[in-house]
Design a binder for this molecule. Structure first.
Ligand SMILES: NC(=O)c1ccc[n+]([C@@H]2O[C@H](COP(=O)([O-])OP(=O)(O)OC[C@H]3O[C@@H](n4cnc5c(N)ncnc54)[C@H](OP(=O)(O)O)[C@@H]3O)[C@@H](O)[C@H]2O)c1
Length: 272
């Protein structure tokens, strides 16, 4: 019997491409899929079809209503945006009451943060905001499948592209649920050095790349800009600079085998 995957945030940056891959898996009979959406959200191109059901949900709803909504879901993927993250612990409370739930993928999709990052007075509060559902799942003993990712290629491209993330996430969710519960995955597309990027843009432009130094003053300005997640951005820069990413540590499974666009194609995308 195939298992049932549910996904919420299906119109978002992460959710939309992931849903596309999940619909494909459902059409091939590999899973049953439930597309969770807010009433009135624009589901262009995301239609109910064979093995695909649409079901309304809103994280603002009381926990009892969420509990009713998530019935029957074995793998629950959350891909909601920042606005809904404060309610994600409530979603996890609902999932914790489901006899069907095997594992939950929290809407974090960020790099590997360590205890020093969490203890930092400026970075820590942002990380706690991002990890609310994840922490609640640990408290409640809910099966957990975190996905680590780099900075999305919407912003910068030193580590993870959205297509790679979506493709990997759909593959993971299509696997046997008990085989992915309490396992974490790293989806890392590119890992170039600063010099490799300089060389790449020099090649693309046919002239030397101008380099703007990243100064201690720049770093401090970002650290003081919590409203734009500045301290989290600094975390990526610091880890990149010190090669401090921990994608391969603590049993994290590095997802290999992605054959999407290469670094040069993604880099060229930033020129339009
Ligand atoms: N690594 C990185 O560089 C990076 C960058 C950005 C984000 N992220 C992470 O990725 C996660 C997803 O971000 P995103 O940019 O894909 O999000 P997004 O594009 O803002 O997507 C928002 C989605 O959440 C849904 N939503 C919003 N409020 C909701 C509610 N109350 N109930 C149910 N659904 C609700 C929206 O549905 P409607 O269609 O109804 O509006 C929409 O589908 C974030 O939580 C963040 O942690 C990582």
């Amino acid at each position: 019997m195939v298992h049932t995957v549910g996904i919420v945030g299906v119109t978002g940056n992460v959710g939309k491409p992931t849903t596309k891959y999940l619909i494909q898996a459902a059409s091939e009979g590999k899973i049953k899929l439930v597309i969770f959406h807010r009433e009135g959200s624009k589901l262009d191109g995301i239609e109910a079809s064979k093995n695909v059901e649409q079901r309304p949900i809103n994280f603002e709803d009381p926990v009892e209503k969420l509990e009713e909504a998530v019935k029957g879901i074995n793998v629950f993927i959350s891909a909601v945006g920042f606005g809904a993250l404060p309610r994600e612990p409530k979603l996890v409370d609902a999932l914790s009451r489901s006899a069907d739930l095997v594992t939950y993928v929290p809407s974090v999709y960020s790099t590997t943060w360590n205890s020093k990052d969490f203890a930092d007075p400026r970075t820590g509060p942002i990380l706690k905001f991002l990890h609310g559902g994840w922490e609640r799942a640990k408290e409640k003993g809910v099966g957990l499948t975190p996905i680590y990712a780099g900075v999305f290629d919407l912003y910068f491209f030193e580590v993870g592209t959205l297509d790679h993330l979506a493709h990997s996430l759909a593959n993971i969710a299509t696997s046997n649920p008990s085989s992915i519960a309490n396992k974490s995955y790293s989806v890392v597309t590119f890992w170039p050095t600063g010099q490799e990027l300089v060389d790449l843009y020099t090649k693309i432009h046919g002239k030397p790349t101008t380099i703007k130094p990243w100064t201690p003053e720049d770093r401090e300005a970002f650290m003081n800009d919590a409203a734009s997640f500045g301290p989290a951005k600094v975390g990526y820069w610091d880890k990149w600079e010190s090669n401090g990413f921990e994608y391969e540590r603590e049993g994290r499974v590095v997802v290999e085998g992605y054959e999407g666009p290469g670094l040069e194609e993604v880099a060229r995308g930033f020129l339009h």
